[in-house]
Write a protein that binds this ligand. Structure first.
Ligand SMILES: Cc1ncc(COP(=O)(O)O)c(C=O)c1O
Length: 396
């Protein structure tokens, strides 16, 4: 991560195609386009990349999660099980539909603990959303078994894990419906953008219509299209899709660089007895977007995190003290601070967060450091960085 580090002629050419014909919208204006349909072209490239039947591009990863859930019929009062360690977008996207996020503990994969998921199921549970955090994955087989047993929709947020795989299948393509983000800091970027990925034709049709005001996209006269159901605008623009089109073609190159850089740092840190690494389920291969490791305790991790910062080792996150990614600091969610009135169902559904503690999640996140792997580092730079990181950890 992230693809923006390597923008070049390919991105420029795709964007210039769009500017040359002037059609920035993904639908309609067939005559003016000179054959350029960047969003459609990106959807078919992504379908190949993810080995999936259907892809619907949307305006962001957050939109992708909302659209995916809506397309699967999740709505008012339904409970969606999600992990305590994720990005705030996960609960935002659920609450936007009037549904209730049910946060449960993570394990050493750094995402859903299957036991915690099973314990959280109630008669209101409609979906389980695994979040493939920091380039790796959850126990996909165990989670699938739980979803099948309880007749729940299995959702995969792979926004941070493009390029990873499990038992040969691309992350994001394994659950009933998958979500990706192509925001500015992701492995491949559109500037802003996201995608819903599925083999379910019905979910796909719903996503296609719902993300464009409910338009059925039949024919080529937008004004004459009918609206089988209500929708919103989560469209991506042709300009954003054009950037993504160039970037997705470079994904294998990006993953190769990430893997090289990740491996150099991991090799250096693996010689330190105090360092252990996150569990990657058997059959899984990370995207190498981050290197996650555990230290003996919270105090040790805090000191390493501070010392990394003081010594110029950037982009290494200690999420225990971070506002974006871990439940501990999400007071705005716990206190339900909203600009507008929230429905009683959601208000009551979230009462549990006022007093609930997550000791198991705390135990992992307190000890975890998550280091972003950049694409622009030279091999020599990564080597020096790895040595410096190892020296800092040994000095604590
Ligand atoms: C796990 C996860 N889900 C969803 C999102 C939301 O993506 P976007 O920024 O494109 O809305 C992000 C963004 O960082 C993310 O990390």
């Amino acid at each position: 991560m992230p693809g923006f580090e390597l923008f070049g002629d390919l991105e420029r050419k795709e964007v210039n195609d769009v500017l040359d014909n002037g059609v920035l919208m993904r639908y309609g204006f067939d005559g003016m386009r000179k054959g350029h349909w960047k969003a459609k072209a990106l959807e078919s490239e992504l379908a190949q990349t993810f080995n999936s039947k259907h892809v619907q591009l949307v305006s962001s990863g957050t939109a992708a999660v909302s659209v995916a859930l809506a397309s699967a019929g999740v709505g008012a009062g339904d409970e969606v099980i999600m992990p305590t360690f994720t990005f705030v977008a996960s609960f935002e996207a659920i609450m936007m539909l009037g549904a209730v996020p049910v946060l449960v503990d993570i394990d050493d994969t750094l995402t859903l603990d299957p036991k915690a998921v099973e314990n959280a199921i109630t008669s209101k549970t409609k979906a389980v959303m695994v979040v493939q955090m920091c380039g790796s994955m959850g126990h996909m087989d165990a989670l699938r078994t739980i979803c099948t047993k309880h007749n729940l929709i299995f959702v995969e947020d792979a926004c941070q894990a493009i390029g990873g795989s499990y038992k040969g299948k691309p992350l994001g393509s394994i659950a009933d419906v998958g979500c990706f983000s192509f925001d500015f800091v992701k492995t491949i970027t559109c500037g802003e953008g996201g995608a819903v990925v599925t083999n379910n034709k019905n979910y796909y049709n719903n996503a296609d219509h719902y993300s464009d005001h409910g338009h059925d996209h039949v024919g080529n006269d937008r004004g004459a299209e009918s609206h089988p159901f209500l929708g919103y605008n989560f469209r991506i623009s042709e300009l954003n899709a054009a950037v993504g089109l160039a970037q997705v073609r470079r994904l294998p190159e990006f993953i190769k660089i990430q893997k090289r850089n990740y491996s150099i740092i991991r090799e250096a840190l693996s010689k330190i007895p105090e360092v252990t690494f996150r569990t990657v389920p058997e059959g899984g291969e990370e995207s190498y977007a981050f290197l996650n490791f555990f230290l003996p305790d919270l105090e040790f991790a805090r000191q390493v995190s501070q010392s990394f910062k003081d010594n110029g080792i950037d982009a290494c996150f200690h999420y225990y003290d971070n506002n974006w990614h871990y439940i501990r600091k999400w007071d705005h969610l716990k206190e339900l601070k909203s600009l507008y009135p929230i429905s009683n169902e959601v208000r009551e559904g979230l009462q549990y967060l006022k007093n609930k503690t997550f000791e198991q999640s705390d135990a992992y996140i307190a000890r975890n450091i998550s280091c972003l792997i950049k694409l622009s580092w030279t091999e020599e730079e990564v080597g020096q960085r790895a040595e410096k990181m190892a020296a800092i950890i040994k000095s604590i």
